[in-house]
Design a protein around this ligand. Structure first.
Ligand SMILES: *Cc1c(COP(=O)(O)O)cnc(C)c1O
Length: 414
């Protein structure tokens, strides 16, 4: 039987061989076809995120479309002079403007940004970190490990739950200490409750060494001036780049694909001479982003500056959809499917942003567990199981994909 797939011939032959080698059961007419389907599902492709997790790390965090033309680009070429330029100039300038920073640069992700900052500014010197912020963010990003890889020495300050300014100054004035930086890390994905005290960036800025704030989540401005109304309540505890710098941080680092809403990238913004030192470090070459990412970030930065974020940036579309609109959509979907019910849900920002913050949302509940069947649709749909039923949260589903959801649910409930 011919393999019902568009896979390259060489792969089909290999899968057919594997099917035959699999023994007598594998001779069933559809064994090779089943392997082809399995193989196809391992390839990368678009999926519909119906989990209600806006920045789902396993689903690529912020969805962001870019169309890079298959053409040469002036990525390191100065059109004014005809001479070699820097790939950091254009996008770095826009990002600096957005954050209210003197300068900015881009690397491959925020882990790379922190690594580069430490390597460039604190190699073989001391970096003070609160014990409450010596955290693991997920995916193997642990502050003590990154510190070690950078060649900087970690000085633990204070205790897990309380670290005061005096703890930092005491650690700094110890004779053996050669403090290059204070690193403040947003403990993105967890929260210590109760008897807790942190030292603010404004306080740390009085210590006399540059304060680097890894804010992680990439909220550009706490006032969200790109939104028509007030900032959503669930962002209340998120540090923002502009305010952190205004409070006296010498540098901030953050991800491009979290609350900023763009492609995977790491952004370093702040004082010009410190950004310059990062650009000059040999690691900057190893961590530099490609033209697709830079072009996407440029579009994103321009959308922020043009105040077109709510229309142009899918993350902010998801974040700002009203419960009313979601409810109307949910009823339309249920009517079209002819089954299921509209339920209140709680979406979450995800990717360690605003932990514990729920976003009121709306979903469709279908009796029974259809998660696997939904994953096998084209495009695949990732939903959640709630008390044995299947729930699709509409906040994370692009309205343009609703017809796929209808077709998939019809197939499931038949
Ligand atoms: C997410 C996060 C990181 C890691 O960022 P990536 O872009 O995933 O490399 C580092 N620090 C903080 C505080 C974070 O929230």
């Amino acid at each position: 039987m011919a393999l019902a797939s568009d896979l390259p011939h060489a792969i089909c032959v290999e899968l057919a061989r594997q099917a035959i080698a699999g023994g007598p059961d594998a001779y069933a007419p559809d064994a090779a076809a089943a392997r082809a389907r399995q193989f196809q599902a391992t390839l990368l492709g678009p999926v519909i995120n119906a989990t209600g997790v806006l920045l789902h790390t396993n689903l690529g965090r912020a969805p962001f479309a870019t169309a890079t033309p298959p053409q040469a680009m002036n990525i390191e070429f100065d059109l004014a002079t005809g001479e070699r330029g820097s790939r950091q100039t254009a996008v770095g300038g826009l990002l600096a403007m957005l954050c209210g920073a003197e300068a900015a640069m881009v690397v491959n992700n925020n882990a790379a940004a922190v690594l580069l900052v430490l390597a460039a500014l604190a190699n073989e010197r001391d970096v003070l970190v609160s014990r409450g912020e010596s955290v693991e963010i997920g995916g193997g990003f642990r502050i003590p490990d990154v510190m070690e890889q950078s060649g900087a020495r970690l000085i633990d300050v204070g205790t897990t739950n309380r670290t005061r300014l005096g703890d930092y100054s005491k650690a700094m004035t110890r004779k053996a200490t050669d403090a290059a930086l204070v690193l403040k890390v947003h403990p993105s994905n967890y929260r210590v409750e109760g008897f807790v005290e942190q030292t603010s960036v404004a306080q740390l800025a009085t210590l006399g060494v540059p304060v680097v704030a890894d804010i992680g989540s990439g909220l550009i401005d706490a006032n969200c001036p790109w939104l028509p109304g007030a900032p959503p309540a669930w962002l209340a505890n998120e540090p923002a780049a502009r305010q952190t710098l205004a409070d006296g941080a010498a540098l901030v680092t953050f991800s491009g694909d979290k609350l900023f809403g763009g492609p995977q990238a790491g952004i370093i913004a702040g004082r010009a001479e410190l950004v310059e030192a990062c650009k000059r470090h040999p690691l900057a070459r190893a961590l530099r982003p490609g033209s697709h990412v830079l072009l996407a970030l440029q579009e994103l930065a321009l959308a922020y500056l043009n105040r077109t974020v709510v229309d142009a940036v899918p993350f902010w579309q998801m974040a700002t959809a009203t419960v009313n609109d979601l409810t109307v959509r949910a009823h339309e979907l249920v009517a079209a499917v002819g089954s299921g019910e509209v339920v209140a849900t709680e979406a979450t920002p995800g990717a360690g942003s605003a932990p514990n913050a729920g976003i009121a949302s709306v979903g469709i509940r279908i009796a029974g567990d259809h998660l696997a069947a939904l994953r096998h649709q084209q495009p695949p749909i990732v939903a959640r199981n709630r008390d044995g039923a299947t729930v699709l949260d509409l906040r994370t589903v692009n309205t343009a994909d609703d017809h796929y959801v209808i077709a998939a649910l019809r197939a499931c409930v038949l």
